[in-house]
Structures are given as C-alpha cells and as structure tokens.
Write a protein that binds this ligand. Structure first.
Ligand SMILES: *[C@@H]1O[C@H](CO)[C@@H](O)[C@H](O)[C@H]1NC(C)=O
Ligand SMILES: *[C@@H]1O[C@H](CO)[C@@H](O)[C@H](O)[C@H]1NC(C)=O
Ligand SMILES: *[C@@H]1O[C@H](CO)[C@@H](O)[C@H](O)[C@H]1NC(C)=O
Length: 286
C-alpha cells in the first residue's frame, strides 16, 4: 500500500512539476519592490502559489521558515510582489491545486541581496575587494553594537546559512576565511539580537588574474580605483578594462581611476591581459 500511495501521489504530481522560483532584482536598490515568480512546467488554471521566507529566531540563534503574510491562502497569479524590502531575504515557493488540495514539493530557494551599508550593523572585507586568489588571507569583520557576532555564508545550494566555523576561523568579531579552494559566496554578519549587516559577494579564484574592485558599494562623488592583478609577475603590455562588456580603457596602465563616481559607473567590471581574463564583479554606487 505504501507503493500505491506513492503512485497516486506521482500521478498528481510528477517531479517535473517541482516549481522553479525567480526573484528579481537580485540586488536590492533603494525603494524598489521585489518580484517573486513561481514557475510550474505546465501552467494552467487552477494552480495556487504559496510563498515562504526564512526569519531569524534569535532565541535559538537560528532561523525558522514562515509563510509570507498575504500569501497564506495561496495566490492565484504565479507572481508576488514584496514592497519595502530593505534586507537580504530568502524566498521559496510551492504550488497546489485541486480539492482536496495536492501540493508540489517545495522549490529551491532564491535570495534578494542588500548591499546597503547604512545600517547599524556592518561588514567590512579586508583587503577591501570582491575578488581574491586562493591562499590569500581574507577576513570579514563585523562592526556595530553587539558583543556576539556570527558571520554567515549564504549560498543558494545550501539549505541553511552556515556559520564561519564551517569555512573559516572566528576570532572575536572577525572571521578569517579559509581560501584553500575556489568559491563564490555572499556573506553577512548577524548580531546576537538578530540584526543583519550588508551582504558582500566574495569570489576566490585559482586562476592567474583577478580584478581588484571594492567589495562594498562606493559613494557617489568619491574617487575609486580598480586594478588588475596577476598572481605571478606582471609584464608590459596592454591591459583592457571592461564596463558592462564594453572596453573603457586599453593601454599599459594596470589601474582604472574614476575621480568622481556617478550612478552611470555602476555595473560589471573585468579586465583582460594577453589572453587572460578576470572574473567580472559588480560595483554598485550609493
Ligand atoms: C548599544 O546597546 C545597548 C543595549 O541594547 C544600549 O543600551 C546602548 O545605548 C547601545 N549603544 C549604541 C551606541 O547604540
Ligand atoms: C585574534 O585577533 C587578535 C587581535 O587581532 C590577535 O592578537 C590574535 O592573535 C588572534 N588570535 C588568533 C587565535 O588568531
Ligand atoms: C558573485 O560574484 C560572482 C563573480 O563575479 C558572480 O558569478 C555571482 O553571480 C555573484 N553572485 C551574486 C549573488 O551576485
């Protein structure tokens, strides 16, 4: 009978019907709303969509899952708009249909990130850049009014945000990342009372070349310098800097200087030198 039950369930919900969520934008900009979408493979009338998020539970120094208020009885359209989101948040969904209602499995989760540095809790990266070589020393420091800090790594593939001790060493309010292997991850600090810092995206590369660009948003009007760095020796030749895939400097300088940053400088940067290319990183402007 267990097998029959399984087939009955499968007849209603083949696994290909596991919904796929999207969240846009992926990095929050001030005042913008966030659009969540839950896509089923064969959209048709009769689906209802349910939305979930993870909220901190300081009393257990952990998180719990919660249905998003306003979606508790399911929403008819597969999109849901969250207004006034100011912090990093994780969302996932599931679909249901019929009477009695059958539910799909829960989808994977997606994040919306906040890089906003104007909060009471802040995370700084040392050295202050988004890309690092494997074997570099990289530390994340938490600042703010707390005596108990946790640094968490948030990866979409992980079911729960893991703490520093899993991938680094915590010393006071600073987490020293273990950079033995390559990784792309977003980090943030959490105070003992459940407040969150800005999120930063850190990339650890085992290649020969990286772009040095600020890990945190730069302030409008300030000067900024991006540079290209080789693991080994540098040679004299042309270095290309790209902004959103367009070449903006190509000469022998290894540095790209912007004397007064404006909103139009926001976007993805990378560099290229004699056949080698760095990863690209987002520079945001506040
Ligand atoms: C820090 O937190 C304590 C306890 O919550 C509070 O009394 C104090 O005013 C805070 N200090 C600042 C500078 O926010
Ligand atoms: C922790 O940090 C302090 C201050 O930066 C330093 O003096 C100390 O050696 C560090 N401890 C360890 C175990 O690395
Ligand atoms: C983090 O940066 C890496 C490298 O630029 C990029 O591939 C990845 O998509 C970024 N992650 C987020 C969440 O923006």
């Amino acid at each position: 009978s267990t097998i029959n039950t399984c087939f009955l369930y499968k007849n209603h919900f083949p696994t290909e019907l596991q919904p796929v969520p999207t969240v846009s934008p992926s990095w929050l900009s001030a005042g913008a709303s966030v659009t969540l979408n839950c896509r089923v493979k064969h959209p048709s009338a009769g689906w209802r969509f349910y939305w979930y998020t993870r909220v901190p539970d300081p009393s257990y120094r952990s998180y719990r899952s919660e249905q998003i208020p306003g979606s508790s009885s399911g929403t008819e359209p597969d999109s849901f708009i969250v207004h006034g989101q100011t912090h990093t948040a994780e969302y996932w969904c599931r679909a249901g249909r019929g009477d009695p209602e059958y539910y799909s499995e829960y989808s994977d989760s997606k994040f919306v990130w906040s890089a906003d540095i104007h909060s009471s809790v802040s995370l700084t990266v040392s050295p202050d850049r988004a890309q690092h070589f494997t074997s570099d020393s990289v530390s994340l420091s938490c600042e703010g009014n707390s005596t108990e800090w946790t640094v968490r790594r948030l990866l979409t593939e992980d079911r729960y945000p893991s703490v520093c001790s899993y991938w680094g060493t915590m010393n006071g309010s600073t987490c020293n990342i273990n950079t033995d292997s390559t990784s792309d991850a977003v980090y943030r600090c959490e105070s003992g009372s459940g407040e969150f810092s800005n999120a930063v995206n850190i990339t650890v590369q085992d290649g020969d070349m990286i772009l040095l660009s600020p890990a945190r948003p730069v302030t409008e009007g300030h000067s900024v310098s991006l540079s290209c760095k080789l693991r080994s020796q540098t040679f004299d030749s042309i270095v290309f800097f790209y902004h959103n895939e367009k070449v903006i400097q190509n000469d022998s300088r290894w540095e790209l200087n912007i004397s007064a940053v404006s909103k139009s400088d926001e976007g993805f940067y990378k560099c290229h030198h004699s056949g080698q290319e760095s990863a690209q990183s987002l520079m945001s402007v506040q």
